[in-house]
Design a protein around this ligand. Structure first.
Ligand SMILES: Cc1ncc(COP(=O)(O)O)c(C=O)c1O
Length: 455
């Protein structure tokens, strides 16, 4: 069956006619009709009009329970009253200044008290910028240029991390080190020659990389849970060994907590007792507004202080550390205390269990991964522990499940990633699980191959 002939696809088109028109108009002035590439999907997205609490409303008036949360950024849902009040108050005092905004200090103090490995922190405008600056710091600290990253890892869209975002296949991929594939056109050749790509959750791959390139490697950047790559938690022994190996080789270990800070009060690194040299943050630390941050020990962060070092690294940006993001961020983080994180994790366990029960009840060739307040549905029969397994998911089932859930008033990411927010209740999670089971019935009714083949 062609995907366009599916009833799920047709229902989506029929109930999103205003979005369809909007997409056609938008394509006249914005390539593809939207600026954010990761929000594209066939046939066109349901364009958002507003959000309140756990719900979003699109141009056609469809209301959806939001399990997407702007890719894990909106931990308190939409238009949270305390965050809105803090921002409104700040707006009456100005949105950006010509001398340093005093408002960044409270957010900096909060992050330093929250994350054990962070004694100093500075802000910019996105996770992409935070990673870019952290990599630059690592190069300045070590005098080396190669950057190590993991297959399926996403660290924003700056040049040096736009490689290896997808699984590599073939014979070469089976030997520790992986061939470097660019994730976009337009990169300088040095990006590929400077990259070292390793397998996630595979310490032998790291050892091979360090053996071959260790003396040239400035940094290894790692997510303590692959976020965009499939919501796949790291194995504890993998992160422990990664810390030991990078320390021994004098390589700066950058822990990318842009997504995972939400998973534990001290960041997911605290759950693994991981002490990286540098950490990058974004998303929830801006309370729904643009932000990025890089933090680390006083000695690693000294590279940003020209009074201390002659290898000074620049962190710039007209709107870096702007007071609106700062007050929204501190309000959001204060609301996200230990109790709130534990409550979300319990809700996450309930959602995962509910989805796993559906998978088992219907013998689906699907897997549910995740941790804490995040999880993902993968249409693949094999256990998912790295990007390769996640990438093997059936693309048609992925899209039809996403559209089927959207038709039932549930917003997830196109890939199947789901995030909880603090205003959610158990009934919201039950609604998601019921909508998934209902979608499974529809997929089955349409004759799609969704079940495990019998031995
Ligand atoms: C782990 C990780 N690092 C960095 C980024 C980039 O952050 P931003 O989208 O704020 O540039 C993302 C975005 O999803 C991310 O998931």
């Amino acid at each position: 069956m062609q995907i366009v002939d599916s009833a799920i696809f047709k229902t989506f088109v029929a109930s999103n006619q205003r979005s369809k028109l909007h997409a056609e108009r938008a394509r006249q002035v914005i390539p593809t009709g939207m600026s954010r590439a990761l929000l594209r999907h066939p046939p066109f997205p349901a364009y958002s009009a507003s959000g309140a609490g756990v719900h979003t409303t699109d141009l056609d008036g469809n209301v959806r329970l939001d399990f997407h949360g702007n890719y894990a950024a909106l931990i308190h849902g939409h238009a949270h009253p305390q965050i809105s009040a803090a921002v409104t108050d700040q707006l009456s005092r100005g949105s950006a200044y010509s001398s340093p905004a005093s408002q960044e200090l409270r957010l900096a103090e909060h992050l330093c008290s929250r994350v054990k490995s962070v004694q100093r922190v500075l802000f910019n405008n996105s996770g992409t910028e935070a990673v870019l600056v952290a990599l630059r710091a690592a190069r300045a600290l070590t005098g080396r240029s190669r950057i190590g990253k993991f297959e399926g890892g996403y660290h924003g869209f700056s040049d040096y991390v736009m490689v290896g975002g997808h699984a590599t296949h073939g014979a070469e991929a089976m030997r520790g080190l992986l061939p470097i594939a660019a994730d976009t056109h337009g990169l300088p050749p040095s990006v590929k020659t400077d990259a070292v790509l390793m397998r996630y959750n595979d310490i032998d791959s790291v050892r091979t990389a360090i053996e071959r390139y260790g003396t040239e490697m400035a940094a290894i950047i790692v997510e303590p849970m692959l976020g965009s790559g499939g919501v796949i938690p790291a194995k504890a022994e993998f992160l422990t060994a990664l810390r030991e190996e990078t320390f021994r080789a004098g390589i700066v270990l950058i822990c990318d907590e842009v997504i995972t800070l939400r998973q534990a009060y001290g960041g997911l690194q605290s759950s693994y007792a991981l002490e990286p040299d540098l950490t990058t943050f974004a998303k929830i630390i801006g309370g729904g507004f643009p932000i990025g941050a890089v933090g680390g020990s006083a000695s690693a962060m000294s590279v940003f202080d020209e009074q201390i070092t002659d290898r000074h690294v620049a962190n710039l940006g007209t709107f870096s550390a702007n007071p609106v993001s700062a007050v929204a961020g501190i309000t959001a983080l204060e609301l996200l205390d230990e109790a709130a994180i534990m409550r979300l994790a319990r809700l996450g366990d309930r959602a995962r269990q509910g989805l796993i029960d559906v998978v088992r009840r219907h013998s689906l060739r699907a897997q549910i991964t995740g941790l804490g307040s995040m999880f993902q549905i993968h249409w693949t029969p094999d256990p998912v522990t790295d990007a390769r397994a996640a990438d093997s998911a059936d693309p048609n089932l992925k899209l039809l499940t996403f559209l089927g859930l959207a038709n039932r008033g549930i917003q997830t990411s196109m890939r199947g990633m789901c995030c909880l927010s603090t205003p959610m209740r158990e009934s919201d999670v039950e609604t998601l699980v019921a909508a998934f089971e209902d979608t499974v019935h529809e997929l089955s009714h349409e004759g799609l191959d969704i079940r495990m083949s019998r031995p």
